[in-house]
Design a protein around this ligand. Structure first.
Ligand SMILES: NC(=O)c1ccc[n+]([C@@H]2O[C@H](COP(=O)([O-])OP(=O)(O)OC[C@H]3O[C@@H](n4cnc5c(N)ncnc54)[C@H](OP(=O)(O)O)[C@@H]3O)[C@@H](O)[C@H]2O)c1
Length: 204
């Protein structure tokens, strides 16, 4: 995600619990695409969360604690939650986890109540996202209780070649969007592919 956003012109700071890891991740990405002039830097999570817009991309079970720690910094800005709450049951089976607040995104919103949280990017396969020379064949479903967060997230995601962004309503829909990833991963395992989502019947 960091490389893709940098490839469409954003200044991206990768956050980490350990600044060195973030710097190393940036170094590896820049080394992979030396001619692209990717504007990537690494920082600890607090410094990364000082950005104008923050994408929360930790594992789902770390989203609440991470957002809570950063709640002061996230106040007044858009935070995009892309976590999917899934648990591995056995070989080839992942099940969605039903969270008390209904979704990872709603959990993040509760942990950082003064942020404008949107849920998005759940269905983008990381491999395709990281192939910067190719467009990404996927719709991004965005939901939020804040129109400003929906429009800001739409503007960001629309810059990714191939992506179509759809307003999927209020944050109450985030749980459905997140848990559908269990279906996509089942399809990936069954058909040995990287599936994504396209909604038909909507012209935008
Ligand atoms: N992979 C995909 O195709 C994909 C697609 C759509 C959405 N997502 C969602 O995006 C999120 C990130 O996915 P990913 O594949 O990048 O996951 P990941 O590699 O397992 O985790 C991303 C980063 O989160 C940090 N992290 C790990 N455990 C943590 C903890 N306990 N507390 C705080 N930070 C922690 C780690 O950074 P540091 O150790 O450096 O802090 C790690 O590099 C997940 O919620 C996933 O469901 C993934």
């Amino acid at each position: 995600m960091a490389a893709r956003l940098a490839s469409v012109g954003y200044d991206v700071t990768i956050g980490s619990r350990a600044e060195d890891r973030a710097r190393e991740a940036c170094r590896a990405l820049v080394a992979r695409w030396p001619d692209r002039g990717l504007r990537l830097s690494g920082a600890d999570n607090a410094a990364a969360a000082a950005a104008d817009l923050v994408v929360m991309a930790t594992p789902w079970d770390a989203a609440a604690a991470t957002s809570s720690e950063l709640a002061g910094t996230l106040a007044g800005k858009v935070g995009i939650s892309m976590g999917n709450a899934l648990v591995k049951i056995g070989p080839g089976e992942l099940q969605p986890v039903l969270l008390a607040r209904g979704s990872v995104a709603a959990t993040v919103q509760a942990a950082a109540p003064d942020a404008y949280v949107a849920a998005a990017f759940h269905h983008l396969p990381a491999k395709e996202l990281g192939e910067l020379d190719q467009p990404v064949d996927c719709d991004v479903l965005v939901c939020s209780d804040h129109p400003f967060a929906t429009s800001t997230t739409t503007e960001l995601a629309s810059k990714i070649p191939g992506v179509r962004v759809l307003d999927a309503g209020r944050l109450a829909n985030a749980g459905t969007i997140e848990s559908f990833v269990a279906v996509l991963i089942s399809l990936n395992i069954r058909y040995k592919t990287h599936s994504a989502v396209r909604i038909t019947g909507v012209e935008v």
